[in-house]
Design a protein. Structure first.
Length: 743
């Protein structure tokens, strides 16, 4: 916080008072200085510097709300003073109003031509709101201005370490070097050691990280940040009990200061959400909401947590008071609307969107939401009115056409086709945009039964994606080999006795486009089933086990089947607790995670009572559907027919390998059976899951069935192109439609 000596001298007597006030402030006689500054304001209400210094004193005494009041008044009187704006930005950052802080600090940056104090405050604000990419850029600029500053190097190290995992600029070795350099110059700065410990932990250098945390515990036993970060570190290791214990220690230190207590609980909620422990996270947020005066912030945070957990109705209820009181910001607006739409309450969402949105100033994203509501209600003509406007906007017309072709009666006009082709061929655009244009045009032409032309469009889109997205078939083979543990069925059965007893999870397995999402949507209509979408619980458990092996060092078990029974039991409990927590009292949770087909051994070992539903479909239809789907780049196999066939074959081989090891209840859903007799198939699936019959499941399917009218036997329209797919599928290309499990 800036403490520059006042320079303003509006009158001789004011000048004397200002000098005396500054002298007292320098001696830390804050009460005496405050009295003189107030006298100055009485004499001269326009004395900006008195307001500025009153704000700084309030900050130094922890009275942030009062500080903001003084500093806002000072900025109002002197809007072009960068020092005052910087001080206000710092105070707003301390209060948690980061967006407003950044706005003032960016203005101050322009007014001051990159003043170092302003840049330092701006970097901190960006870091505090998890915009570490921006923080890194700010600190790198600051380092150019102050190349010898060890403090700036340390801050840059903190920001680099704070970048999200997978970020191209997240060079942890560089961050660790900068942090060590900062610590050598400032060994008593706790924030540097905390960031160093976290960075080491992220590099799986667990023992080094623990050593630094132990040093922090000894040196700063009463520092809330130390215990909060230690708790988060243990949560990332998958040790929820230790994490919770350390958060409780931080809360004990924060006792008596509700704002600090709320901040600790806020961080704890983030940590537990990352672990998949939604109920624990939401419990923390509820208590924080009561303790904090930032009610709107925690209502929005709770809404986001509920939505992340899949508790759509709870998300609506959390945000509704803000909507009704007029306190809702853009985040609340989006959470509320999305929650209503995910709950398929399209009419309510539409009523709200049309009531609160000004048609003359509708943002394009709101247009899409309104159109999606109309489509959800099968009111395609009304959806088209909103989408037609969006086709004229360059930033979103591809997405607009993607929405339009959902209407089974929509036919793309010549202008639209030419626009999509032009964007698909425009080398100045990023590859995702170009590919999306071709996929959208391909879907439109397929809907018009123009199969040859549609295939060429899909081929163009896939070639663009394959040229820009890495995929290693050998790596996939290595993953599959590692997932097929070398253990006898008898030894496996003995170890499986230590698995969890819960029957909460229902795993819906199968390659994408085999009917998984359709089945999940049907089951989600039942009140006793919570739809988890594509969860990351099993991949996260694999990462937890990798961390465990690294901590064990030499002699660690290669996989869980080679571990001690107590280890199996501990990991089984950890996984089961995640599913039970996210179920929120419901009997079952569905999991359609894309990596689950390569985690069958984990499921069989740790959750032997979980139900397994294997989704099957004609393998050639599946291959073609995958090729025609513009998958996220992380599903790298989806852009080449041979690679799709190879992945399908790998998944089927995994099933065959693990078949003798399963004790789980299992069944198969054949996509073609669902198409030919939906009520019989849905009743059978409900019965398998132990659910009473609910016609909502059938109604849900009938609403969607028209989407799939051309899906059975789809590959026949493209037989001339399928040789790479058939060759990669091998024996699975001609396997007759038979049950994986003998019914």
């Amino acid at each position: 916080m800036s403490t520059a000596k006042p320079t303003e001298a509006p009158r001789a007597d004011s000048d004397t008072l200002l000098a005396e006030a500054w002298a007292r402030q320098s001696r830390r006689d804050y009460d005496g200085a405050r009295a003189l500054y107030r006298d100055l304001i009485q004499q001269d209400p326009g004395c900006v510097e008195a307001r500025h210094q009153l704000g700084l004193i309030a900050v130094q005494q922890g009275q942030v709300a009062e500080a903001i009041e003084h500093l806002e008044a000072a900025v109002g009187a002197a809007p072009d003073d960068p020092d005052i704006r910087t001080s206000l930005g710092e105070a707003l950052t301390m209060s948690g109003r980061i967006s407003a802080a950044i706005e003032h600090l960016e203005t101050a940056r322009k007014l001051s031509d990159d003043d170092p104090d302003c840049l330092s405050a701006l970097g901190e604000a960006y870091y505090r709101c998890d915009r570490s990419t921006k923080a890194v850029a700010i600190y790198e600029r600051l380092l150019e201005l102050e190349p010898g500053s060890v403090e700036v190097r340390g801050r840059l190290g903190v920001a680099i370490a704070g970048l999200r995992r997978g970020h191209p600029a997240r060079d942890l070795d560089k961050a660790i070097g900068l942090l060590r350099e900062g610590l050598r110059a400032n060994p008593k700065v706790a924030a540097l050691r905390i960031s160093l410990a976290r960075a080491l932990g992220d590099c799986s250098r667990i023992d080094e990280a623990k050593a630094h945390f132990n040093e922090l515990k000894k040196t700063y036993p009463n520092d809330i940040a130390v215990w909060s970060n230690l708790a988060e570190f243990y949560l990332l290791l998958g040790e929820a009990d230790a994490g919770n214990e350390y958060y409780q220690r931080a809360l004990k230190l924060a006792e008596g200061n509700p704002d600090y207590e709320a901040r600790v609980m806020d961080r704890a909620a983030d940590g537990f959400l990352a672990m998949g422990k939604a109920k624990t996270a939401i419990d923390y947020l509820k208590v924080a909401r009561k303790k904090s005066n930032r009610g709107a912030y925690f209502d929005i945070k709770l809404g986001a947590a509920y939505l992340l957990a899949g508790w759509k109705e709870a998300a609506v209820e959390s945000i509704l008071p803000l909507i009704e009181s007029g306190e809702a910001d853009d985040d609340a607006f989006m959470i509320y609307s999305n929650a209503l739409m995910r709950a398929r309450r399209y009419e309510t969402a539409l009523e709200y969107l049309l009531r609160v949105a000004d048609p003359a100033a509708l943002r394009w994203r709101t247009h899409f939401m309104i159109a999606e509501c109309y489509q959800g209600l099968n009111r395609f003509a009304e959806a088209k009115r909103y989408l037609d406007e969006l086709t004229a906007k360059e930033e979103c017309f591809i997405e607009a056409y993607g929405f339009l072709i959902r209407d089974p009666d929509y036919e793309l006009d010549g202008i639209g086709r030419e626009q999509l082709k032009r964007w698909g061929m425009d080398q100045s655009l990023n590859f995702e945009t170009r590919a999306n244009a071709w996929f959208t045009l391909g879907r439109a032409l397929r809907g018009e039964a123009k199969f040859k032309r549609s295939y060429r469009c899909f081929q163009n889109g896939n070639q663009i994606k394959r040229a820009n997205v890495k995929y290693d078939v050998k790596y996939m083979d290595e993953m599959a080999a590692g997932a097929a543990w070398d253990v006898t069925p008898a030894a496996f059965a003995s170890l499986r006795r230590h698995g969890a007893e819960t029957a909460t999870p229902i795993f819906i397995l199968g390659i994408p486009r085999s009917g998984k999402s359709t089945l999940e949507a049907i089951l989600a209509e039942h009140p006793e089933v919570h739809c988890l979408d594509e969860a990351e619980f099993l991949p996260r458990l694999k990462r937890d086990f990798t961390t465990y092996k690294q901590r064990q060092g030499e002699g660690a078990p290669e996989n869980l089947a080679a571990a001690q029974p107590k280890v199996v039991k501990a990991f089984a409990k950890r996984l089961a607790d995640r599913y039970i927590s996210i179920a929120n009292g419901k009997a079952h949770v569905t999991d359609t995670g894309p990596g689950n087909d390569l985690s069958l051994g984990l499921i069989a070992l740790l959750l032997p009572r979980a139900r397994l539903i294997f989704c099957q479909r004609d393998p050639l239809d599946v291959g073609v559907e995958c090729y025609f789907k513009n998958f996220h780049s992380k599903l790298g196999y989806g852009f080449d027919l041979a690679e799709i066939g190879h992945f399908y074959r790998t998944c089927m081989e995994q099933r065959e390998h693990w078949r003798p090891y399963f004790a789980n209840p299992m069944t198969v859903m054949q996509f073609e059976d669902l198409m030919s007799d939906p009520e019989r198939e849905i009743r059978r699936i409900y019965d398998f899951c132990g659910l009473d019959w609910r016609p909502e499941g059938l109604d849900s399917w009938l609403e969607r069935k028209k989407i799939y009218t051309d899906s059975v036997g789809l590959h026949r329209h493209f037989e001339a192109h399928l040789e790479p797919l058939i060759e990669a599928l091998g024996p699975y290309a001609t396997t007759p439609r038979q049950r994986f499990i003998d019914q």
